[in-house]
Design a protein around this ligand. Structure first.
Ligand SMILES: [Zn+2]
Length: 196
């Protein structure tokens, strides 16, 4: 069975020094690098938030950190670049999402030539995907749910994710399990959503 690793939004703005930092983001970047070096995947895919004018996705006033957010991952800024601790053996498919609207799922993204993530994975014969990255309760959640909806056998490696908030993370884990996503491992100690 062909497998893919989908690395979700490991970008500077979602890590500790960024504008929308997720506690544990830096460590997740390094942990994914280690995992990708130690594990064989047929396809390695990356997603990135790449905002030009995403409308109400950027808060007008105080963000609620559920549906509205501080400005983050503006296209062609350092905040939108991948974290420097993320080093993958290769990248076979790279999609960008959210240019003109909120886009939490990597399956809403397209490659530079306009291919969707689902089409790229199918073209490579992928049947099973492992989803990792940032953040557990938003873009990892949405990407994994869409992976299932697109017919892929899907797992989330929770130890290679970090969440924005414990409450939304708890809800996300229930939704993922209900959708048939295999949840492997547990969130890193000290991150939102890690069991006490
Ligand atoms: Zn965004």
């Amino acid at each position: 069975m062909s497998t893919a690793l989908i690395v979700v939004d490991v970008q500077n703005d979602f890590c500790e020094a960024g504008s929308l930092p997720v506690t544990g983001g830096n460590a997740v970047a390094g942990a994914i690098t280690t995992h990708a070096a130690e594990t064989t995947y047929d396809v390695i895919a990356t997603t990135r938030d790449w905002h030009i004018d995403p409308g109400a996705h950027f808060a007008d006033g105080e963000p609620d950190f559920v549906e509205t957010w501080p400005v983050h991952c503006a296209a062609d800024t350092p905040g939108a670049a991948f974290h420097s601790d993320l080093a993958l053996p290769r990248v076979d498919v790279a999609v960008s999402k959210g240019a003109h609207e909120a886009a939490y799922s990597g399956f809403e993204g397209v490659t530079d030539d306009g291919t969707t993530l689902a089409d790229a994975l199918r073209a490579a014969g992928v049947e099973q995907v492992t989803v990792v990255g940032l953040a557990t309760d938003h873009c990892v959640r949405a990407t994994a749910l869409d992976a299932v909806a697109n017919g892929f056998t899907t797992e989330v490696r929770l130890d290679l994710t970090a969440a924005v908030m414990a409450e939304t993370c708890a809800t996300a884990l229930i939704e993922l399990a209900d959708a048939g996503v295999a949840l492997v491992g547990s969130l890193p100690t000290g991150t939102a959503g890690a069991s006490a």
